[in-house]
Design a binder for this molecule. Structure first.
Ligand SMILES: Nc1nc2c(c(=O)[nH]1)N[C@H]1C(S)=C(S)[C@@H](COP(=O)(O)OP(=O)(O)OC[C@H]3O[C@@H](n4cnc5c(=O)[nH]c(N)nc54)[C@H](O)[C@@H]3O)O[C@H]1N2
Ligand SMILES: Nc1nc2c(c(=O)[nH]1)N[C@H]1C(S)=C(S)[C@@H](COP(=O)(O)OP(=O)(O)OC[C@H]3O[C@@H](n4cnc5c(=O)[nH]c(N)nc54)[C@H](O)[C@@H]3O)O[C@H]1N2
Ligand SMILES: [Mo]
Length: 559
């Protein structure tokens, strides 16, 4: 996030897109609702009528995959009407000319045709966002009001996710809505510590602190601190790529730590084939997950409540976690397991290093090493974190941390407008598979359910899976609310319960991926990944729904 959670209570206008904030980020949603109650405008661009829509001024209910046309059209209107922040554009950015020329063809009328959202609504959204307009009440800020963009997986889990993120950045820069309080571009990150994992180098292309592995100078800086002569300069495989390589036999062993790809990766049958083709599958988990059940070896890990360390949250805040329970049986913290493995099998792992260096005395010592190789964490230490943590960039021991990014200048100097054009999802509905399936989450469950489906109270509220279907689509196949339904895509078939609701638009169905008995990823695909981030298009694929009773009847009469 460019900004911090507490600032949202003073935001004048929100644009929330591809984020089911109330169910996925309830604490942040609380700040949004508080601001909306005090008079902030709330614009939601989302194909589903999500719970937060109750508080919205404007719901742009675009068909899945068409949001990019709306965002481009909003910027078309902003430039045309002179609502852009020209001073900001001139002083702080570059590439505007080419970008503005590209916008010309993306009219609101064109966007309306493709998305189903009326052109007037797109124009209104453009005006409210650009000017930071409030619905009522007075702004805390002088001049133009402050607008914040919040987004999550509805934007990124797409074959053009990177384009969409750049488009949101363009919109914020165009209106000067970045580098100031209560504004900015704010990706709401998912797992409690996904931000921290990325920060410290758990990505295939970077060393800690986002230093590219291909950068020779960066490798030369880090290698001696890690006590090795050289570091590999090759970009590794992302999750989906690794599974593909496993299926092809080029990856022969996989060490899966804290993931359940059998349920969470796209195209389950393909994933299962990939995992079963491996010579060796090692799973390190706190439960015997579906993936662990396929493993040759399972190592039991301690859960978050049973260990200490840090989590870095979505506002870049590094925070201490402390154990409140004893780990059961032989379970150990992940860092201990990995360290011991590395020390013992360094030859196999291909990393020759003083063995003692792997056996860290504490997580505080790990943080010390991290701070020494990660410029944005340079001033972070356990001793400094206390009860409130520190927000990176925090380069030195006396630096107070950073609440807002890009205040005087962008990290690269001038902010760059990328002339990003619209593109469509790779698998669109056709005669055979006439509906769009979009997948995601519900409030009461977490991902593949290894944790939340073990909880009685959560399962009383949401005991089993269901698919949300618009009544008109259900009627077309003679389905009633609560009836069994079969959902088919080109990859596979699931059977679950039909939940009829107008919260999804006609032509679109929604299924959460929590349910092992009706796994959404049986249906999703890996046809095309986002070319930069390599994220699969979890949010759009083509499916059909079948009424199993009607099918039985047909069969009976045929017999
Ligand atoms: N209760 C709960 N909370 C969670 C999680 C959980 O499993 N359960 N998981 C955590 C994790 S790891 C993550 S990443 C976050 C995810 O948080 P979210 O991204 O908010 O979760 P999703 O359910 O994937 O919702 C994405 C939103 O995108 C919308 N959408 C679908 N298609 C499109 C489209 O084409 N365009 C646009 N603009 N929007 C679209 C959906 O309707 C939905 O509102 O949640 C975190 N919080
Ligand atoms: N169709 C569809 N698929 C999706 C998504 C979607 O929206 N739609 N969303 C995607 C997103 S954003 C995400 S983040 C992924 C999530 O996908 P996963 O990360 O695979 O899902 P989880 O169920 O969270 O699996 C985490 C595993 O870690 C274990 N675990 C928990 N704590 C610890 C620990 O401290 N140590 C160890 N070693 N293990 C632990 C849990 O028991 C569980 O087995 O799913 C992705 N898949
Ligand atoms: Mo996530």
């Amino acid at each position: 996030m460019t900004n911090s959670i507490r600032e949202f209570r003073d935001t004048d206008c929100f644009l929330i897109t591809g984020s089911n904030t109330a169910e996925s980020h309830p604490v942040i949603s609380y700040e949004v609702v508080r601001a909306a109650n005090a008079g902030a405008n709330l614009i939601i661009l989302d194909p589903r009528r999500i719970p937060l829509v109750k508080h919205a001024t404007l719901h742009l209910q675009a068909k899945p995959g068409t949001d990019i046309y709306i965002l481009l059209a909003m910027m078309h209107v902003i430039v045309r009407e002179g609502w852009a922040d020209t001073a900001f554009v001139e002083e702080r950015t570059e590439g505007f000319e080419e970008f503005a020329a590209m916008l010309e063809e993306y009219t609101p009328e064109h966007a309306a045709l493709l998305s189903g959202v009326p052109a007037e609504q797109i124009e209104l959204a453009a005006r409210l966002y650009a000017n930071g307009a409030r619905a009522h009440g007075t702004s805390r800020y002088d001049g133009r009001g402050h607008s914040a963009i919040l987004y999550a997986m509805g934007i990124t889990q797409r074959s053009n996710g990177t384009d969409l993120v750049k488009t949101l950045a363009n919109l914020a820069m165009l209106c000067g809505q970045v580098g100031k309080r209560s504004a900015g571009v704010n990706p709401l990150r998912g797992q409690s510590n996904v931000q921290g994992a990325c920060d410290v180098g758990c990505l295939v292309n970077v060393l800690p602190g986002y230093q590219p592995v291909t950068d020779e100078a960066a490798r030369a800086r880090v290698a001696p601190k890690w006590g090795v002569d050289t570091l590999p300069d090759k970009v590794g495989l992302t999750v989906v790529e690794a599974i593909n390589a496993a299926a092809e036999g080029t990856v022969r062993a996989l060490y899966v730590m804290g993931e359940n790809p059998l349920l969470s990766d796209p195209d389950t049958q393909h994933v299962e084939h990939g995992l079963r083709t491996l010579d060796f599958l090692l799973v390190q988990d706190i439960f015997l997950s579906e993936t662990a059940q396929l493993a040759h070896l399972v190592l039991p890990a301690a859960a978050s409540l049973e260990k200490d360390g840090t989590f870095t949250n979505t506002e870049r805040r590094v925070q201490m976690v402390r154990p409140v329970l004893e780990a059961p049986g032989e379970a150990l913290p992940d860092w201990v397991i990995t360290g011991r493995l590395a020390a013992r099998y360094d030859e196999i792992m291909g990393i020759r290093r003083d063995q003692a260096a792997w056996l860290y005395p504490s997580t505080a010592a790990i943080m010390e090493e991290l701070a020494s190789v990660t410029p944005i964490y340079g001033g972070v230490s356990h001793a400094r974190l206390g009860n409130h943590g520190l927000q990176w960039p925090c380069p030195t021991a006396d630096h107070p941390g950073t609440a807002i990014l890009h205040v005087e200048k962008f990290s690269r100097g001038r902010g760059k407008f990328f002339a990003v054009r619209a593109s469509d999802p790779v698998e669109l509905p056709d005669e055979e598979y006439p509906l769009i399936l979009t997948t995601g989450r519900v409030l009461y469950h977490y991902h593949t359910g290894t944790q939340t489906r073990r909880s009685g109270p959560l399962s009383w509220v949401e005991p089993r899976g269901y698919v949300e279907i618009h009544p008109a689509d259900a009627e077309a196949v003679g389905l009633e609310d609560g009836a069994a339904v079969v959902v088919e895509s080109r990859r596979g078939t699931i059977r679950t319960k039909a939940h009829l609701t107008e919260d999804v638009p006609q032509g679109t169905i929604f299924l959460a991926f929590h349910w092992r008995e009706a796994p959404a990823n049986m249906l999703t695909h890996t046809i095309k990944l986002d070319p930069v981030a390599k994220i699969p298009e979890y949010k759009v694929c083509a499916v059909k729904i079948v009424n199993p009773r009607a099918r039985l009847k047909e069969k009976a009469s045929a017999d």
